[in-house]
Design a protein around this ligand. Structure first.
Ligand code: UD1
Length: 415
């Protein structure tokens, strides 16, 4: 199994480009099921989760190939309407095939994703949305069996802001009869990207990016060409990497609006952050203050940057209180950061991080995608060598992270 070995103490400097956003590409790839023909995408990152999505789409009858910078998805009438457990358990986002299959074929059988490391992550809100659109849902043998003669538009109020739930229901509603109004819809930029692709295919959607999305169902969609947005979580991770090593790093191909919550907090720490038209630069700092963060849905501080920000706080001046409100079990990196000498007390959904002068390299284990990024970041400033094992978590969501970091001056290698 691959490990990432980081030799700490090297300052990062220079420019780095953001890759395409995994969390936008996944729902967009599943949305191709809504329209037969050839879909063409640019800026789809090379990642394990994209491979898992391609594997699942292939079992549903699609053909996926990379042609130069493009990823082409050839969609034929679905060969099967079942997303098998073996594929869904590898990637929870597989549940996103439910909405498109149900809307297009009136039927779908999708394995329940089960629990995952960062919490139970139920899909009740996805299913409630499908039911509101007129689907009959049965849970049998670990599978969701959904049927509907014809989906009919409805008003749906999400009890909690859910990114996947909003995406799944939006993909179902585009082919439903009449108008659907999604209230308390998630506002994440990835929702906007998906909506824009659905619109490019002919869907009638407005209000995406706000908490009320209105969808007027159409009879048919057709394939289109689309460039996936930049990965705001990767961009944020790279900025934190530059900051931690007291270097000057410009992250290119990123709109600052997608990471404003991070920028605000980094400025509060004392970092100078400069904003360009499609870049963000963190300037050299000799030290930084500890600040508190609370994760929340967009546009507030993203849960997907909580672990990385915690790495920054481990060597800050003072004490930081980090509150996780989105997932119930997202502090697994605390134990591992502590192995590097961090002083952190976690209690339920709050972690108190007392800044220390220095971290020390040690073998650590990645427990989930963003936790693994936080360990690599901590390794960049720990004295000596940090070996992060179970790096497959990192490969699910970061494209060539070790190359990007070594181009900036990090001493990092995969073994
Ligand atoms: C997506 C992102 C993930 C990010 C998360 C929150 C993808 C592929 N993944 O995950 O990286 O961390 O948004 O920004 O885009 N919930 C329910 N019932 C449901 C659905 C969700 O109770 O039916 C709860 C979840 O357990 C969680 C909260 O709602 O506590 C938010 O989850 P959600 O926004 O749905 O996250 P994902 O779409 O799974």
């Amino acid at each position: 199994m691959d490990k990432m070995v980081v030799m700490g103490g090297f300052q990062l400097n220079g420019e780095v480009e953001t890759s395409g956003a995994k969390n936008a590409a996944l729902p967009i790839l599943f949305s191709t099921l809504l329209a037969e023909g050839e879909h063409t995408f640019f800026n789809v990152p090379f990642l394990k989760d994209i491979e898992s999505t391609s594997d699942l789409l292939t079992t549903l009858g699609c053909q996926i190939e990379r042609v130069g910078p493009a990823l082409k998805v050839q969609v034929k009438k679905a060969a099967s309407l079942e997303a098998h457990y073996d594929l869904v358990r590898k990637m929870r986002a597989s549940i996103l095939c439910l909405g498109p299959l149900l809307a297009k074929y009136g039927e779908a059988v999708v394995s329940l994703p089960g629990g995952c490391a960062i919490g139970t992550r139920p899909i009740d809100l996805h299913l409630d949305g499908m039911k509101a659109l007129g689907a009959t849902i049965q849970l049998e043998d670990g599978y969701v069996k959904a049927t509907a003669k014809k989906l009919v538009g409805a008003n749906i109020l999400f009890e909690t802001s859910t990114v996947g739930g909003t995406e799944n229901v939006m993909m179902a509603a585009v082919l439903a009869e009449g108008r659907s109004v999604l209230e308390n819809a998630a506002k994440e930029p990835e929702i906007v990207d998906l909506a824009n692709y659905l619109i490019a295919m002919g869907a009638k959607i407005s209000g995406h990016g706000t908490s009320v999305i209105t969808i007027d169902g159409v009879d048919k969609l057709k394939p289109a060409t689309f460039e996936v947005m930049a990965d705001r979580i990767e961009a944020g991770t790279l900025l934190i990497a530059g900051a931690l090593t007291k270097g000057e790093v410009t992250v290119k191909k990123i709109k600052h609006e997608s990471i404003d919550a991070l920028i605000v907090k980094m400025r509060e720490c004392g970092f100078q952050i400069d904003i360009g038209s499609d870049s963000v630069t963190v300037r050299k700092a000799s030290g930084w203050r500890a600040v508190d963060i609370t994760t929340n849905p967009f546009p507030l501080f993203p849960t997907d940057l909580q672990a990385q920000f915690m790495a920054l706080m481990t060597v800050a001046d003072g004490t930081s209180v980090i509150s996780e409100t989105v997932f119930e079990n997202r502090f697994m990196h605390v134990q591992e950061l502590s192995r590097l000498g961090a002083d952190i007390t976690p209690k339920s959904r709050v972690a108190v991080v007392r800044g220390v002068k220095m971290l020390t390299g040690a073998p650590v284990m990645a427990t989930d995608l963003r936790a693994s990024a936080s360990l690599v970041l901590a390794g960049l400033v720990a004295r000596g060598e940090t070996a992060v094992s179970r790096i497959y978590h990192l490969d699910r969501g970061y494209e060539k992270l070790e190359n990007k970091l070594s181009n900036l001056g990090a001493k990092i290698r995969r073994v």
